[in-house]
Design a protein around this ligand. Structure first.
Ligand SMILES: Cc1cc2nc3c(=O)[nH]c(=O)nc-3n(C[C@H](O)[C@H](O)[C@H](O)COP(=O)(O)OP(=O)(O)OC[C@H]3O[C@@H](n4cnc5c(N)ncnc54)[C@H](O)[C@@H]3O)c2cc1C
Length: 468
């Protein structure tokens, strides 16, 4: 028996059941061959941002070196798209005389289809696939009492925690110390454009450190500060879950140390943060159970008949952060500059695009994916459909955020706005949330006047949505 590992969005050695199982099978100190299929065709189809590709490629280089210290020899192979995956896996297995291939399940529809094809093709060539669940704390198995899937977050969260309590958190498994650096094949040049992501560290060790520091120093303030974008008090771990550099198991193992009754009994900050991890898993469960979400359809299908505004100039103003609503523009400029945006502001800008400009949420969803370092199809789709009131337990359609009062609430002193909108650096706090009159009084035209009348836009949205 000769084993290999197929890495996907689980680019880590720790908390990786496929790695653990393959290492257990390995006899002696021989390197375990491992492959990662990089697919520029898939990246393009799913609108991967250049900054996310850069993070991936930087991490692959580090990960190859780290894995080699623990007996795993990683090879990166470029394929155009998933249709070539089976062929590429077979040729890899034949080259290394592999009889058993280990990998962790991925739940989106196209990846499930790819894995079925690979399993069948390899079986025909006497290679057995071994699939594990390691991407989520709870694989998409939670069912309601009637046997369906959860469509509302609150009962899902309850069931998800009960599942965690019953199943427990897997203990960390030690890795062998066996340096196989000699046998490494160099990583090919990245097959797509990249945008510098060096503000984000790579490598499992650095990311684990960031997680540990966050849990020990900041998580307790999470409930109080998470809605204040200027506090920067969230973990900024999202890009790492997305590429699987970090497993959610590592996070809950640390949270477990904060409460003997885990997943209950946590202080408020840690408890709310755990709930965010549950949101992440909820959206992945929905993706696994509802194929139409992977084909651009709304969860609430009747909302696909909304008469969307197709004005590309207005869309571009939103993309560029030139709407004249400072909190919206600050968010869009943070996204352009950092490839990341604070969660509360993501909600505000999404709400604005759909409910003030009446532009299809799918335009915003795609633009986010093209920009975000943490672009994640399930979380992004879920966040957009929640904001647009087209999703599972989305915000009710009649709840339209007022961008000015939201701004006052989340950024009362205007610090976040001033960080991202240099034209408003000298605007007094009394005017920062709606600076139109102040700009006019000072003959300033460097920052735009509001592009819509919020009250009228809201009325038009409500009237059109009611028609559905
Ligand atoms: C319109 C919109 C689009 C979004 N697109 C993405 C996306 O492409 N990728 C992505 O990872 N998240 C997305 N989110 C969710 C959320 O904004 C980010 O996960 C969060 O801002 C990441 O920052 P953080 O790591 O500091 O999060 P923290 O606040 O520290 O939260 C911890 C982790 O919980 C998860 N999480 C937090 N909030 C949510 C949420 N609402 N839904 C799902 N998971 C959550 C993330 O994995 C996050 O890293 C989106 C939200 C909205 C409203």
């Amino acid at each position: 028996m000769s084993s290999a590992i197929w890495f996907r969005n689980d680019l880590r050695l720790h908390d990786n059941p496929a790695v653990t199982a393959a290492l257990q099978q390995q006899q002696g100190s021989k390197a375990i061959p491992a492959l990662y299929l990089a697919s520029p065709g898939q990246w393009q189809a799913h609108h991967w941002a250049a900054i996310k590709i850069d993070l991936l490629w930087r991490h692959l280089a580090q990960f190859q070196r780290d894995a080699a210290q623990h007996q795993v020899a990683l090879e990166v192979i470029i394929v155009d798209d998933w249709q070539q995956a089976a062929k590429a896996c077979l040729s890899f297995c034949q080259r290394h005389q592999i009889t058993d291939l280990y990998f962790n399940a991925e739940y989106p529809v196209h990846e499930q289809r790819r894995d079925r094809a690979v399993r069948v093709w390899l079986a025909e060539h006497q290679v057995t696939c071994h699939q594990f669940d390691g991407q989520l704390l709870v694989a998409p198995v939670i069912k309601t009492q009637s046997g369906g899937y959860y469509q509302k977050f609150t009962p899902f969260n309850r069931a998800w925690r009960a599942h965690l309590a019953a199943a427990g958190i897997p203990a960390a498994t030690p890795l062998p110390q066996q340096d196989v650096t000699q046998q490494l094949v160099s990583i090919p040049p990245c097959p797509a454009s990249r945008r510098d992501s060096s503000a984000w560290p790579v490598g499992e060790a650095a990311v684990q450190q960031r997680l540990a520091a966050y849990i020990s120093d900041q998580v307790n303030n999470y409930a109080a500060e998470r809605d204040r974008p200027s506090c920067d008090s969230t973990s900024r771990l999202s890009p790492y879950w997305e590429l699987g550099i970090l497993g959610p198991q590592a996070a809950v193992r640390l949270l477990q140390q904060l409460s003997p009754e885990f997943p209950y009994g946590l202080e408020q900050g840690a408890d709310v943060w755990l709930t965010e991890l549950a949101w992440r898993e909820f959206y992945q469960h929905l993706m696994a159970h509802i194929p139409r979400l992977s084909y651009g359809k709304a969860f609430q299908q009747h909302t696909d008949n909304f008469p969307w505004n197709e004005n590309t100039d207005e869309f571009l103003r939103w993309c560029k952060g030139r709407t004249g609503f400072p909190i919206v523009d600050a968010g869009m400029r943070q996204l352009a500059a950092e490839g990341w945006m604070h969660n509360r502001v993501r909600m505000i800008v999404a709400n604005f695009l759909v409910k003030d400009l009446h532009i299809d949420w799918r335009w915003g969803e795609q633009f986010f994916m093209q920009q975000l370092i943490d672009g994640s199809f399930p979380a992004n789709n879920g966040g957009w459909q929640w904001s647009a009131s087209t999703g599972t337990d989305a915000v009710p359609y009649f709840r339209v955020f007022n961008p000015t009062s939201q701004s006052l609430k989340v950024d009362p002193d205007g610090r976040y706005i001033r960080t991202w909108i240099k034209e408003l650096a000298d605007c007094p706090t009394a005017h920062i949330h709606a600076p139109g009159a102040w700009l006019q009084a000072h003959n300033r035209s460097d920052y735009p006047q509001p592009m819509v009348d919020h009250s009228r836009a809201r009325e038009r949205f409500l009237a059109a949505f009611k028609q559905l």
